[in-house]
Design a binder for this molecule. Structure first.
Ligand code: UD1
Length: 379
Protein backbone atom coordinates (compact mmCIF):
# COMPACT_ATOMS: atom_id res chain seq x y z
CA UNK A 1 0.00 0.00 0.00
CA UNK A 2 1.41 3.34 -1.05
CA UNK A 3 0.45 6.24 1.22
CA UNK A 4 1.16 9.88 0.38
CA UNK A 5 1.18 12.32 3.32
CA UNK A 6 0.57 15.99 2.56
CA UNK A 7 1.76 18.68 4.98
CA UNK A 8 2.42 22.37 4.52
CA UNK A 9 2.16 24.50 7.63
CA UNK A 10 3.78 24.39 11.05
CA UNK A 11 0.88 22.74 12.93
CA UNK A 12 0.87 19.86 10.41
CA UNK A 13 4.35 18.68 11.24
CA UNK A 14 3.72 17.42 14.79
CA UNK A 15 0.62 15.62 13.45
CA UNK A 16 2.27 13.76 10.57
CA UNK A 17 5.30 12.60 12.60
CA UNK A 18 3.51 9.92 14.68
CA UNK A 19 1.62 8.55 11.68
CA UNK A 20 4.80 8.32 9.60
CA UNK A 21 6.59 6.59 12.45
CA UNK A 22 3.75 4.15 13.10
CA UNK A 23 3.41 3.19 9.44
CA UNK A 24 7.18 2.85 8.95
CA UNK A 25 7.18 -0.45 10.79
CA UNK A 26 4.23 -1.99 8.94
CA UNK A 27 4.92 -4.59 6.25
CA UNK A 28 3.82 -3.76 2.73
CA UNK A 29 3.52 -0.02 3.34
CA UNK A 30 5.48 2.54 1.32
CA UNK A 31 5.23 6.20 2.15
CA UNK A 32 5.81 9.46 0.28
CA UNK A 33 5.97 12.78 2.07
CA UNK A 34 4.85 15.89 0.22
CA UNK A 35 5.54 19.35 1.68
CA UNK A 36 3.49 22.02 -0.07
CA UNK A 37 5.83 24.80 1.11
CA UNK A 38 2.96 26.84 2.61
CA UNK A 39 5.36 27.56 5.47
CA UNK A 40 8.89 28.02 4.22
CA UNK A 41 10.90 29.94 6.84
CA UNK A 42 13.46 27.55 8.36
CA UNK A 43 12.16 28.30 11.87
CA UNK A 44 8.57 27.57 10.77
CA UNK A 45 9.45 24.33 8.99
CA UNK A 46 12.95 22.73 8.76
CA UNK A 47 13.65 22.77 12.48
CA UNK A 48 10.39 20.91 13.14
CA UNK A 49 11.36 18.17 10.70
CA UNK A 50 14.68 17.73 12.52
CA UNK A 51 13.27 17.66 16.05
CA UNK A 52 10.30 15.46 15.20
CA UNK A 53 12.45 12.96 13.30
CA UNK A 54 10.55 13.46 10.05
CA UNK A 55 12.50 12.48 6.92
CA UNK A 56 13.16 15.18 4.34
CA UNK A 57 10.13 15.55 2.08
CA UNK A 58 10.21 13.47 -1.11
CA UNK A 59 8.48 16.33 -2.92
CA UNK A 60 8.43 20.03 -2.10
CA UNK A 61 5.85 22.04 -4.00
CA UNK A 62 7.38 25.35 -2.80
CA UNK A 63 4.13 27.29 -3.10
CA UNK A 64 4.94 29.98 -0.52
CA UNK A 65 2.54 32.72 0.58
CA UNK A 66 -0.40 34.27 -1.21
CA UNK A 67 -4.07 35.09 -0.84
CA UNK A 68 -6.23 32.13 0.13
CA UNK A 69 -7.42 31.55 -3.42
CA UNK A 70 -3.97 31.89 -4.92
CA UNK A 71 -2.27 29.69 -2.33
CA UNK A 72 -4.95 26.99 -2.49
CA UNK A 73 -5.00 27.02 -6.29
CA UNK A 74 -1.21 26.89 -6.49
CA UNK A 75 -1.09 23.86 -4.19
CA UNK A 76 -3.75 22.12 -6.30
CA UNK A 77 -1.98 22.86 -9.57
CA UNK A 78 1.36 21.60 -8.31
CA UNK A 79 0.01 18.61 -6.37
CA UNK A 80 -2.16 17.14 -9.14
CA UNK A 81 0.73 15.85 -11.31
CA UNK A 82 2.36 14.32 -8.22
CA UNK A 83 -0.76 12.24 -7.58
CA UNK A 84 -1.09 11.28 -11.23
CA UNK A 85 2.54 10.21 -11.40
CA UNK A 86 2.86 8.46 -8.03
CA UNK A 87 -0.53 6.72 -8.03
CA UNK A 88 -1.03 6.44 -4.25
CA UNK A 89 -3.60 4.09 -2.73
CA UNK A 90 -4.39 6.69 -0.09
CA UNK A 91 -3.52 10.31 0.57
CA UNK A 92 -3.47 11.47 4.18
CA UNK A 93 -4.11 15.13 4.97
CA UNK A 94 -3.72 16.81 8.36
CA UNK A 95 -5.52 19.49 10.35
CA UNK A 96 -7.27 22.45 8.76
CA UNK A 97 -4.81 24.53 6.78
CA UNK A 98 -5.03 25.52 3.12
CA UNK A 99 -2.74 22.62 2.18
CA UNK A 100 -5.26 20.21 3.73
CA UNK A 101 -8.24 21.31 1.67
CA UNK A 102 -6.23 21.82 -1.53
CA UNK A 103 -4.83 18.27 -1.50
CA UNK A 104 -8.26 16.85 -0.66
CA UNK A 105 -9.90 18.58 -3.61
CA UNK A 106 -7.24 17.29 -5.99
CA UNK A 107 -7.61 13.69 -4.80
CA UNK A 108 -11.39 13.72 -4.80
CA UNK A 109 -11.44 14.78 -8.43
CA UNK A 110 -8.88 12.15 -9.41
CA UNK A 111 -10.77 9.41 -7.57
CA UNK A 112 -7.99 8.82 -5.06
CA UNK A 113 -8.88 7.92 -1.47
CA UNK A 114 -8.33 10.59 1.18
CA UNK A 115 -7.89 10.14 4.92
CA UNK A 116 -8.28 13.19 7.15
CA UNK A 117 -6.30 13.19 10.36
CA UNK A 118 -7.91 15.49 12.98
CA UNK A 119 -11.37 15.31 11.43
CA UNK A 120 -14.64 16.56 12.88
CA UNK A 121 -13.46 19.66 14.76
CA UNK A 122 -15.86 22.58 14.41
CA UNK A 123 -15.77 26.13 15.74
CA UNK A 124 -19.13 26.86 14.03
CA UNK A 125 -17.55 30.13 12.90
CA UNK A 126 -17.36 30.38 9.13
CA UNK A 127 -15.41 33.62 9.33
CA UNK A 128 -12.40 31.42 10.17
CA UNK A 129 -10.61 30.19 7.05
CA UNK A 130 -9.81 26.98 8.90
CA UNK A 131 -13.51 26.22 9.47
CA UNK A 132 -14.13 26.32 5.72
CA UNK A 133 -11.15 24.01 5.21
CA UNK A 134 -12.50 21.58 7.83
CA UNK A 135 -16.02 21.47 6.41
CA UNK A 136 -14.91 20.85 2.83
CA UNK A 137 -12.22 18.33 3.74
CA UNK A 138 -14.56 16.26 5.92
CA UNK A 139 -17.30 16.18 3.30
CA UNK A 140 -14.85 14.79 0.73
CA UNK A 141 -12.66 12.49 2.85
CA UNK A 142 -13.12 8.72 2.72
CA UNK A 143 -11.65 8.03 6.15
CA UNK A 144 -12.05 10.47 9.04
CA UNK A 145 -9.79 10.12 12.06
CA UNK A 146 -11.17 12.07 15.02
CA UNK A 147 -9.26 13.20 18.14
CA UNK A 148 -12.24 13.31 20.52
CA UNK A 149 -15.89 12.29 20.65
CA UNK A 150 -17.21 15.76 19.83
CA UNK A 151 -15.65 15.26 16.39
CA UNK A 152 -17.75 12.11 15.85
CA UNK A 153 -20.90 13.93 16.95
CA UNK A 154 -20.24 16.80 14.50
CA UNK A 155 -19.60 14.41 11.62
CA UNK A 156 -22.75 12.37 12.32
CA UNK A 157 -24.74 15.58 12.33
CA UNK A 158 -23.33 16.46 8.91
CA UNK A 159 -24.41 13.11 7.51
CA UNK A 160 -21.02 11.41 7.27
CA UNK A 161 -21.57 7.61 7.36
CA UNK A 162 -20.32 6.18 10.63
CA UNK A 163 -18.24 3.51 8.85
CA UNK A 164 -15.90 6.23 7.63
CA UNK A 165 -15.27 7.66 11.11
CA UNK A 166 -12.58 6.36 13.47
CA UNK A 167 -12.07 7.84 16.91
CA UNK A 168 -8.30 7.43 17.30
CA UNK A 169 -7.26 10.16 19.75
CA UNK A 170 -4.94 13.11 19.37
CA UNK A 171 -1.87 12.72 17.15
CA UNK A 172 -0.47 16.07 18.27
CA UNK A 173 -0.29 14.69 21.80
CA UNK A 174 1.60 11.64 20.45
CA UNK A 175 4.46 13.96 19.46
CA UNK A 176 4.36 15.69 22.82
CA UNK A 177 4.45 12.38 24.71
CA UNK A 178 7.33 11.07 22.61
CA UNK A 179 9.47 14.17 23.07
CA UNK A 180 8.50 14.87 26.69
CA UNK A 181 11.82 13.62 28.13
CA UNK A 182 13.68 16.09 25.90
CA UNK A 183 11.18 18.83 26.69
CA UNK A 184 11.67 18.26 30.42
CA UNK A 185 15.47 18.37 30.03
CA UNK A 186 15.30 21.65 28.16
CA UNK A 187 15.59 24.64 30.47
CA UNK A 188 16.19 28.30 29.71
CA UNK A 189 18.29 30.30 32.10
CA UNK A 190 17.39 33.73 30.68
CA UNK A 191 13.75 33.80 31.85
CA UNK A 192 12.17 34.65 35.20
CA UNK A 193 10.61 31.80 37.21
CA UNK A 194 7.09 33.03 36.52
CA UNK A 195 6.00 34.26 33.12
CA UNK A 196 3.09 34.39 30.70
CA UNK A 197 3.71 32.76 27.34
CA UNK A 198 1.86 34.43 24.47
CA UNK A 199 1.17 33.42 20.86
CA UNK A 200 -1.04 35.27 18.43
CA UNK A 201 -1.64 34.83 14.73
CA UNK A 202 -5.40 34.51 13.92
CA UNK A 203 -6.47 36.95 11.21
CA UNK A 204 -9.35 38.15 13.45
CA UNK A 205 -6.83 39.16 16.14
CA UNK A 206 -3.86 40.43 14.16
CA UNK A 207 -5.12 41.70 10.80
CA UNK A 208 -7.42 44.30 12.34
CA UNK A 209 -5.45 47.22 13.78
CA UNK A 210 -7.99 48.00 16.53
CA UNK A 211 -8.19 44.38 17.64
CA UNK A 212 -4.41 43.99 17.72
CA UNK A 213 -4.00 47.32 19.50
CA UNK A 214 -6.51 46.23 22.19
CA UNK A 215 -4.78 42.89 22.72
CA UNK A 216 -1.33 44.47 22.98
CA UNK A 217 -2.72 46.95 25.50
CA UNK A 218 -4.03 44.05 27.61
CA UNK A 219 -0.69 42.27 27.33
CA UNK A 220 1.13 45.41 28.47
CA UNK A 221 -1.15 45.35 31.53
CA UNK A 222 -0.31 41.69 32.11
CA UNK A 223 3.39 42.59 31.94
CA UNK A 224 2.98 44.74 35.08
CA UNK A 225 2.39 41.48 37.05
CA UNK A 226 4.24 38.92 35.03
CA UNK A 227 6.96 38.88 32.36
CA UNK A 228 5.34 38.33 28.94
CA UNK A 229 7.28 36.05 26.61
CA UNK A 230 5.97 36.30 23.08
CA UNK A 231 7.43 34.19 20.25
CA UNK A 232 5.80 36.01 17.36
CA UNK A 233 4.50 34.43 14.15
CA UNK A 234 5.91 36.25 11.08
CA UNK A 235 2.49 37.69 10.17
CA UNK A 236 2.00 39.06 13.69
CA UNK A 237 5.39 40.73 13.78
CA UNK A 238 4.65 42.21 10.37
CA UNK A 239 1.27 43.56 11.52
CA UNK A 240 2.75 45.13 14.67
CA UNK A 241 5.18 47.00 12.41
CA UNK A 242 2.54 47.81 9.74
CA UNK A 243 0.19 49.34 12.33
CA UNK A 244 3.03 51.16 14.15
CA UNK A 245 2.11 49.50 17.50
CA UNK A 246 4.22 49.35 20.61
CA UNK A 247 5.28 45.98 22.04
CA UNK A 248 8.42 47.21 23.80
CA UNK A 249 7.45 45.90 27.26
CA UNK A 250 6.99 42.38 25.88
CA UNK A 251 9.78 39.93 25.22
CA UNK A 252 9.23 39.44 21.51
CA UNK A 253 11.09 36.38 20.21
CA UNK A 254 11.32 34.75 16.80
CA UNK A 255 9.21 31.60 16.34
CA UNK A 256 10.76 28.81 18.41
CA UNK A 257 11.56 25.20 17.56
CA UNK A 258 9.17 22.52 18.86
CA UNK A 259 11.10 21.30 21.92
CA UNK A 260 12.04 24.82 23.05
CA UNK A 261 8.46 26.02 22.66
CA UNK A 262 6.96 23.06 24.52
CA UNK A 263 9.51 23.58 27.31
CA UNK A 264 8.33 27.20 27.59
CA UNK A 265 4.70 26.04 27.70
CA UNK A 266 5.43 23.51 30.40
CA UNK A 267 7.16 26.10 32.57
CA UNK A 268 4.65 28.92 32.05
CA UNK A 269 2.45 30.32 34.81
CA UNK A 270 -0.18 30.89 32.13
CA UNK A 271 -0.38 30.59 28.37
CA UNK A 272 -2.32 33.28 26.47
CA UNK A 273 -3.00 32.26 22.89
CA UNK A 274 -5.30 32.14 19.89
CA UNK A 275 -3.81 28.91 18.54
CA UNK A 276 -5.78 25.68 18.26
CA UNK A 277 -3.05 23.18 19.05
CA UNK A 278 -1.74 25.09 22.06
CA UNK A 279 -5.15 24.78 23.74
CA UNK A 280 -4.63 21.01 23.52
CA UNK A 281 -0.99 20.98 24.61
CA UNK A 282 -1.69 23.10 27.71
CA UNK A 283 -4.57 20.78 28.62
CA UNK A 284 -2.23 17.80 28.38
CA UNK A 285 0.49 19.60 30.39
CA UNK A 286 -1.99 20.89 33.00
CA UNK A 287 -0.94 24.51 32.39
CA UNK A 288 -3.65 27.23 32.59
CA UNK A 289 -4.59 28.54 29.15
CA UNK A 290 -6.51 31.73 28.34
CA UNK A 291 -7.68 31.68 24.74
CA UNK A 292 -8.17 34.99 22.93
CA UNK A 293 -11.13 33.71 20.91
CA UNK A 294 -14.89 33.59 21.41
CA UNK A 295 -15.16 30.01 20.25
CA UNK A 296 -13.06 26.91 19.97
CA UNK A 297 -13.15 23.89 17.69
CA UNK A 298 -11.60 22.00 20.61
CA UNK A 299 -14.36 22.20 23.26
CA UNK A 300 -12.94 19.31 25.23
CA UNK A 301 -10.07 21.58 26.32
CA UNK A 302 -12.68 23.78 28.02
CA UNK A 303 -15.02 21.06 29.33
CA UNK A 304 -12.32 18.81 30.82
CA UNK A 305 -9.04 20.68 30.29
CA UNK A 306 -7.39 23.85 31.56
CA UNK A 307 -8.64 26.17 28.82
CA UNK A 308 -10.82 29.28 29.35
CA UNK A 309 -12.14 31.34 26.43
CA UNK A 310 -11.69 35.06 27.05
CA UNK A 311 -12.21 36.40 23.51
CA UNK A 312 -11.08 40.01 23.17
CA UNK A 313 -12.63 40.92 26.53
CA UNK A 314 -9.85 42.74 28.45
CA UNK A 315 -11.85 42.61 31.70
CA UNK A 316 -12.28 38.84 31.49
CA UNK A 317 -8.58 38.38 30.71
CA UNK A 318 -7.75 40.46 33.79
CA UNK A 319 -10.06 38.56 36.13
CA UNK A 320 -9.04 35.10 34.86
CA UNK A 321 -5.39 36.07 35.17
CA UNK A 322 -5.97 37.29 38.73
CA UNK A 323 -7.51 33.88 39.59
CA UNK A 324 -4.48 32.10 38.20
CA UNK A 325 -2.03 34.35 40.06
CA UNK A 326 -4.06 33.72 43.25
CA UNK A 327 -3.50 30.00 42.82
CA UNK A 328 -7.13 29.44 41.83
CA UNK A 329 -6.50 28.22 38.30
CA UNK A 330 -8.96 25.77 36.83
CA UNK A 331 -7.81 22.18 37.32
CA UNK A 332 -8.15 19.99 34.27
CA UNK A 333 -7.82 16.35 33.26
CA UNK A 334 -6.49 14.74 30.09
CA UNK A 335 -9.22 13.68 27.60
CA UNK A 336 -9.58 9.97 26.73
CA UNK A 337 -7.24 8.61 24.03
CA UNK A 338 -4.77 11.49 24.35
CA UNK A 339 -2.25 8.85 25.30
CA UNK A 340 0.53 8.91 22.71
CA UNK A 341 -0.91 6.03 20.65
CA UNK A 342 -3.17 7.77 18.14
CA UNK A 343 -0.67 7.31 15.28
CA UNK A 344 -0.59 3.55 15.93
CA UNK A 345 -4.39 3.43 15.87
CA UNK A 346 -4.43 5.19 12.52
CA UNK A 347 -1.86 2.71 11.19
CA UNK A 348 -4.05 -0.14 12.47
CA UNK A 349 -7.07 1.17 10.59
CA UNK A 350 -5.09 1.72 7.40
CA UNK A 351 -3.33 -1.62 7.37
CA UNK A 352 -6.39 -3.54 8.50
CA UNK A 353 -8.41 -2.14 5.62
CA UNK A 354 -8.09 -3.33 2.10
CA UNK A 355 -7.96 -0.36 -0.18
CA UNK A 356 -8.12 -2.01 -3.56
CA UNK A 357 -9.54 -5.09 -5.30
CA UNK A 358 -12.99 -6.38 -4.58
CA UNK A 359 -13.17 -5.00 -1.06
CA UNK A 360 -13.55 -1.27 -0.86
CA UNK A 361 -14.03 1.16 1.93
CA UNK A 362 -17.58 2.13 2.75
CA UNK A 363 -18.40 5.13 0.67
CA UNK A 364 -15.03 5.06 -1.03
CA UNK A 365 -14.42 5.46 -4.73
CA UNK A 366 -14.23 2.21 -6.61
CA UNK A 367 -11.97 1.40 -9.55
CA UNK A 368 -9.49 4.05 -8.57
CA UNK A 369 -7.89 5.10 -11.80
CA UNK A 370 -5.28 7.73 -12.30
CA UNK A 371 -6.04 9.85 -15.26
CA UNK A 372 -3.84 12.56 -16.60
CA UNK A 373 -4.98 16.05 -15.64
CA UNK A 374 -6.26 16.62 -19.16
CA UNK A 375 -8.56 13.61 -18.89
CA UNK A 376 -10.38 13.92 -15.57
CA UNK A 377 -12.10 10.84 -14.17
CA UNK A 378 -15.81 10.95 -14.77
CA UNK A 379 -17.75 9.17 -12.06
C1 UD1 B 1 -1.59 28.99 8.73
C2 UD1 B 1 -2.93 28.28 8.87
C3 UD1 B 1 -3.39 28.33 10.31
C4 UD1 B 1 -2.32 27.83 11.25
C5 UD1 B 1 -1.05 28.63 11.03
C6 UD1 B 1 0.07 28.21 11.93
C7 UD1 B 1 -4.36 28.41 6.89
C8 UD1 B 1 -5.61 29.00 6.36
N1 UD1 B 1 -3.95 28.90 8.08
O1 UD1 B 1 -1.81 30.38 8.99
O2 UD1 B 1 -4.54 27.51 10.45
O3 UD1 B 1 -2.76 27.96 12.58
O4 UD1 B 1 -0.67 28.44 9.66
O5 UD1 B 1 1.15 29.06 11.79
O6 UD1 B 1 -3.79 27.56 6.27
N2 UD1 B 1 4.93 33.66 6.56
C9 UD1 B 1 6.29 33.77 6.67
N3 UD1 B 1 7.02 32.63 6.71
C10 UD1 B 1 6.46 31.41 6.63
C11 UD1 B 1 5.08 31.32 6.50
C12 UD1 B 1 4.32 32.44 6.48
O7 UD1 B 1 6.84 34.85 6.75
O8 UD1 B 1 7.19 30.40 6.67
C13 UD1 B 1 4.11 34.87 6.57
C14 UD1 B 1 3.82 35.40 5.20
O9 UD1 B 1 3.83 36.80 5.26
C15 UD1 B 1 2.41 34.91 4.96
C16 UD1 B 1 1.82 34.94 6.33
O10 UD1 B 1 2.89 34.60 7.21
O11 UD1 B 1 1.72 35.69 4.05
C17 UD1 B 1 0.68 33.98 6.53
O12 UD1 B 1 1.07 32.64 6.23
P1 UD1 B 1 -0.03 31.55 5.78
O13 UD1 B 1 0.57 30.23 5.64
O14 UD1 B 1 -0.82 32.07 4.64
O15 UD1 B 1 -1.04 31.53 6.99
P2 UD1 B 1 -0.75 31.46 8.56
O16 UD1 B 1 -1.19 32.74 9.15
O17 UD1 B 1 0.62 31.00 8.86
Amino acid sequence: MHIVHVVGARPNFMKVAPVLHALAGRPGVTQTLVHTGQHYDPNMSDVFFQQLGIPAPDVNLSVGSGTHARQTAEIMTRFEPVVVERKPDMVLVYGDVNSTVAATLVCSKLGVLVGHVEAGLRSFDRAMPEEINRLVTDQLADLLFTPSEDGDVNLHREGIPKEKIHLVGNVMIDSLVRLLPEIVRHTRSDLPKRYALVTLHRPSNVDDSEALKGILKSLLEVSQDLAVVFPAHPRTRQRIADFGLNADQLRLLDPLPYVEFLALQRGATVVITDSGGIQEETTYLGVPCLTLRNNTERPVTVSVGTNVLVGQDAQKLRSELANILDGKAKKGTVPPLWDGRAGERIADVLTGTQLSGSVSLPGAKKDVSHSTPSKPVVR
